[in-house]
Design a protein around this ligand. Structure first.
Ligand code: IVH
Length: 700
């Protein structure tokens, strides 16, 4: 990418040039609006966007006769929010695991059943008769409403689940959201959660108005709801037909019910709308019937649903089931089948990932699938293209299910152009031209350019600043590519040493936007350990694995020391890493492998001169927990709890659960028929506990 020419100053324009520039700006701003409002995927920072609008206004002021009918300055409220305050949720807002068919649903109920051991529990969790609240899964955006002493004090979007955006002023304009809870039997502090959504008739009417005003239409009701909630001016939100259904809660100063169903009734009494289609079911067969019923009603409902949600009704069971890394164990979303459409595949382009993988992507003739305009679809890898014999120019069937990336299902052979040729997968990196090789047994071809490949470098940096990593706003993909090209940013640490003077002189930048970028970057000089680990982009280390590592090691120094020691594959540190539940040997190899590379260690040292890594920010155990900070190992068969319930409980109490006994073990809990671990513990002088003693300590 080359440096763009400096823009012509506004006072040097003649009429002809001004007209051309106004046209260009109108198109550019409409394009960015579309990306921002409909795709929620802006390519430029808010600062750059603001600069375009300011330039447009300045030219219009000089040439009032040239103001276009579709001028961006006619559009009130189109300016994107320059940012809402971030709020950390008192309790994280997790998402749900998905079930796609009956077998998945049955497996879910079986896993609930297998979590428990006691006879009195087993009666309540029998898949044939378990009580389950079944609710339509509304396709909107979730929102958490915090009430203190019955008053609405904060409304926040889900964001990444840990931090969201403060949208209180906007949410106050929703008729479905009481400013004060009705009645008086509510806890002093309660977070009511649910879905903000837009009904289809309101959505069509809104799009009609927008089109009449020359504004871009929203792609679907969900995007319209999100765009409406994220308005800086609450008056605009107020004019949009937004609705709210309550279906969950976060922090509560006191228990609100014994069952989910009762909780819903309480929400209703407090003045919320609760979906009247929700149903209290008994047993798997009843929930499956509910799913069929909702699928049949779907088209007639005034709002979009993309499936149904099942929730274990008994809140005591729910609490004990707790959460896995990403989603609760007590609920699941049963999605409706994917929706399909046909369109022309215009071109196959290759994307280079941060580890050099070459991923083919289909560029499509835009088509609407289930209310969403699709323009690109993943093709996975070269075997997939060969297996389906997908070619450029083909008419293809694509499908999308919920929020997953659209896929190419098959080729409509009857419509294949005669001239078509099989697709030849490139043997070299399209960016750096290095050889791209495919290791035996691997599905992906990788660029061998390594550190010299700009695509890989830029992708690594993009990952580094992405939302779930350092979350640096205003440093978009295009900036990174430009800054990389101009050698302003070559390594992660460079981001924190930018020359803002130089940036403010660049095309599209100014002092203000450079200062804003500096602010955004400086705001991220302190980061939690899990985000930091994730940001490093170690192969196979996604958000979940990063969280597992952070939760286990708790501080960067401890993790780093352990990883350096883990280079010794016979040592304790390597075993400990492999023992972390959820980390397999492959992942452990990659994690330890990262520290084997000198340039990675240097990158870390360099980065740590710029940023501070705070400890793990996950849920804190109760301060008085006797197990806080202890390492505990379970062995033998437990009678009152399954192994996973025991583990969940131990972790909730702040303990780390390990699979093997070592010098670092604090307690070994010995169930029936325990084997060699008990002997080893005795030899090492580790304290052992019976199951009864464990139950007394775990408080159940
Ligand atoms: S319960 C921890 N209930 O689906 C459980 N979610 O895929 C929290 N959603 O983020 C969610 N209708 O935005 C729940 N009846 C319902 C829902 C629902 C829609 C959305 C919600 C959530 C997403 C998870």
């Amino acid at each position: 990418m080359s440096r763009r020419a400096e823009p012509t100053p506004v006072d040097e324009f003649d009429e002809k040039a001004a007209r051309a520039e106004l046209k260009r700006l109108a198109q550019a701003i409409a394009h960015h609006d579309r990306l921002y409002y409909e795709k929620d995927a802006p390519e430029v920072s808010d600062a750059e966007y603001d600069a375009l609008r300011r330039r447009n206004t300045a030219i219009e002021e000089r040439f009032p006769d040239l103001v276009r009918a579709d001028s961006p300055s006619h559009r009130v409220g189109a300016a994107p929010a320059t940012g809402f305050a971030k709020v950390t949720h008192a309790k994280p807002m997790l998402s749900l695991d998905n079930a796609f068919d009956e077998a998945d649903v049955r497996a879910f109920f079986q896993s609930v059943r297998n979590f428990f051991r006691r006879p009195e529990d087993l009666e309540r969790v029998d898949p044939a008769s378990i009580e389950v609240a079944a609710e339509p899964k509304i396709d909107g955006l979730s929102c958490s409403l915090r009430y203190e002493h019955g008053r609405l004090v904060l409304a926040a979007t889900r964001g990444d689940g840990v931090t969201g955006e403060d949208v209180t002023a906007n949410v106050r304009t929703l008729r479905d959201v009481p400013h004060e809870l009705h009645g008086s039997d509510w806890p002093a502090r309660i977070e009511v959660r649910g879905e903000v959504y837009m009904e289809r008739p309101g959505f069509f009417a809104l799009n009609g108005e927008r089109e009449a005003a020359g504004e871009p239409a929203f792609a679907n009701p969900r995007n319209a709801a999100a765009g409406s909630l994220r308005q800086l001016d609450p008056a605009i939100t107020a004019a949009r037909p937004l609705k709210f259904f309550a279906y969950a809660w976060g922090e509560a100063a006191a228990p609100i019910a014994e069952t989910h169903w009762q909780a819903l009734q309480r929400f209703r009494a407090w003045g919320f709308r609760v979906n009247p289609l929700s149903k209290l079911c008994r047993g798997v067969d009843e929930v499956l019937a509910f799913h069929r019923d909702m699928a049949a009603q779907r088209a007639e409902l005034p709002y979009d649903i993309d499936g149904v949600v099942y929730k274990v009704n008994d809140l005591d069971l729910e609490e004990r089931l707790g959460f896995a890394a990403r989603a609760p164990r007590w609920a699941i979303a049963h999605k409706f089948p994917a929706q399909q459409a046909q369109t022309v595949l215009k071109e196959i382009v290759i994307q280079v990932g941060r580890q050099g993988s070459l991923t083919p992507v289909a560029v499509l003739e835009p088509v609407t699938v289930g209310g969403v305009v699709v323009q690109r679809a993943t093709l996975h890898n070269e075997d997939e293209i060969a297996r389906k014999d997908i070619r450029e120019g083909d008419t293809v069937t694509i499908q999308r299910a919920g929020d997953v990336i659209p896929q190419v299902v098959s080729v409509v052979m009857e419509r294949r152009p005669r001239s078509s040729k099989p697709y030849a997968f490139p043997q070299e990196c399209p960016i750096c031209r290095s050889l791209a090789v495919r290791e035996p047994g691997e599905a992906v071809r990788r660029c061998t350019g390594g550190l010299i490949c700009p695509a890989q470098a830029v992708e690594r940096l993009r990952h580094f600043v992405s939302r779930d990593a350092f979350d640096i706003e205003g440093l978009g993909a295009r900036h990174i590519a430009d800054f990389w090209e101009d050698r302003l940013i070559r390594s992660p640490a460079d981001i924190f040493r930018l020359d803002y003077e130089a940036i403010s002189r660049r095309e599209g930048w100014g002092e203000q936007s450079a200062a804003k970028l500096r602010e955004a970057i400086d705001a991220r000089r302190t980061i939690t350990l899990d985000r930091f680990i994730y940001a490093l982009g170690i192969p196979q280390v996604g958000q979940q694995t990063a969280k597992l590592l952070a939760r286990h090691y708790r501080s960067l120094t401890r993790w780093r020391t352990a990883m350096e020691q883990a280079q010794d594959r016979d040592g304790e540190a390597w075993r400990e890493l492999n023992d972390i539940h959820g980390i397999g040997e492959d992942t452990a190899t990659d994690v330890a492998g990262f520290f084997a590379e000198k340039h990675n260690r240097q990158l870390l040292d360099d980065l740590l001169r710029e940023v501070t890594v705070a400890g793990y920010a996950g849920a804190r155990p109760p301060a008085d927990s006797p197990l806080a900070g202890k390492t505990i190992v379970f062995t033998g068969t437990l009678t009152a709890m399954s192994r996973s319930e025991a583990k969940t409980r131990a972790e909730a109490l702040g303990a780390t659960v390990s699979g093997s006994v070592s010098g670092k073990t604090d307690y070994l809990v010995v169930g029936a028929d325990a084997g060699s671990k008990a002997e080893k513990a005795r030899a090492l002088g580790v304290k052992t506990m019976s199951e009864e003693e464990w139950l007394a300590l775990a408080g159940r």
